[in-house]
Ligand binder design. Structure first.
Ligand SMILES: Nc1ncnc2c1ncn2[C@@H]1O[C@H](COP(=O)(O)OP(=O)(O)OP(=O)(O)O)[C@@H](O)[C@H]1O
Ligand SMILES: [Mg+2]
Length: 325
């Protein structure tokens, strides 16, 4: 366990009856960072988060938040954190401000302090102008902002956000990212879950890739991408004969700068360094073998490559449906 960690998770496991939701999950969150749990549906993100906010007891392992054990010191942990759940709990008949007032009374915040704090939070999430409108008239993005303001009301040192931009349109997502970055500027540590690759890449300082209840990789987006080892070249080949594809694969694998090559349903996926040198050589092999190259796609490693490299499959949900704004 590292002494200056904001959160330390060690070998955490949780089963719901016969369903193992997470097992052997370990990671550390540093103070003041935006830490992401990235994974597809059912990966165990919400389960991990709910253990950390003390509403779910772990089946095994330990977790500490600001040095306090989530099981044995749950009350202390709760006083230090804020939580924005995956499912929104907005009451349709109250205004945005009334939601915050109600919650402030639950937290027993003094009246005067509460009023100024609510004004400050409404401003932070850019809801000042809509504060006195009934929440049922809010768009999806506005409801999510109100959720975030609710999570911040107790003035937490760590905020947990479960899928903060799920189902929002592109514009609303960017606004929410801005608000989350502002929290970091205020020194608040953020732990969030997401199944959006671009969100993990652009917003998180570090992340853990979670799949099937297991942590597959941890690092900053840049570290993770560097770890993939080489750029990605996808060849689309016409007349795909299995024998030809295998000979193409063998020819490409024999080239310098090529780290890996795998036949796919449409051609060949190659991992290579130095595109200036590897691309002409790859095309030359294809030419010698009489392969008709119909397409070639090249890119530097992206987080989707990282995900595939560590899990063996693609993540779903990188492009959200346009939800309500
Ligand atoms: N209360 C529960 N009872 C039984 N099984 C559960 C319960 N909650 C979660 N699970 C199971 O545990 C696994 C992990 O679920 P979890 O909600 O943590 O995933 P997630 O990564 O948050 O997924 P999503 O992206 O869909 O929110 C899944 O297989 C899920 O079906
Ligand atoms: Mg979830």
């Amino acid at each position: 366990m590292s002494p200056d960690a904001a959160i330390d998770v060690s070998n955490l496991g949780k089963s719901y009856g016969s369903v193992t939701a997470i097992r052997g999950v370990s990671f550390t969150v540093r103070p003041g960072e935006i830490f992401g749990l990235l994974g597809p549906n059912g990966a165990g993100k919400s389960t991990t988060l709910r253990i950390l906010i003390t509403v779910l007891p772990p089946s095994s392992g330990t977790a500490t938040v600001l040095g306090h054990n989530v099981t044995t010191e749950a009350d202390t942990v709760r006083r230090l954190i804020g939580y924005v759940p995956q499912e929104r709990a907005i009451d349709r008949f109250l205004t945005g401000r009334e939601h915050l007032e109600l919650l402030g009374n639950l937290y027993h915040l003094p009246r005067r302090e509460l009023r100024s704090r609510i004004d400050e939070l409404l401003q932070l999430v850019d809801l000042g102008a809509q504060a006195d409108r009934v929440a049922k008239t809010y768009s999806g993005g506005m409801k999510r902002k109100l959720d975030i303001a609710c999570g911040l009301l107790p003035n937490p040192r760590i905020v947990f956000l479960d899928e903060p931009t799920l189902g929002l349109d592109v514009h609303s997502r960017l606004r929410i990212w801005e608000h989350i970055r502002q929290l970091r500027e205020r020194g608040i540590t953020i732990v969030m879950t997401t199944n959006y690759l671009d969100e993990a890449d652009r917003l998180c300082d570090r992340l853990a890739i979670l799949d099937g209840g297991v942590v597959r990789a941890i690092g900053s987006p840049m570290e993770l991408k560097a770890g993939v080892g080489g750029d990605s070249v996808s060849l689309t080949i016409g007349d795909r004969d299995a024998d030809v594809l295998h000979r193409l694969r063998d020819g490409v694998m024999a080239l310098p700068f090529v780290r890996d090559a795998r036949p796919t349903s449409t051609g060949l996926d190659i991992r290579a360094e130095s595109p200036e040198k590897s691309l002409p050589a790859v095309l030359d092999v294809a030419h010698r073998l009489n392969c008709r190259v119909e397409g070639i796609e090249y890119h530097r490693p992206r987080l989707d490559d990282v995900f595939v490299a560590h899990t063996g499959h693609a993540i779903k949900g990188e492009y959200p449906d346009d939800g309500e704004a």
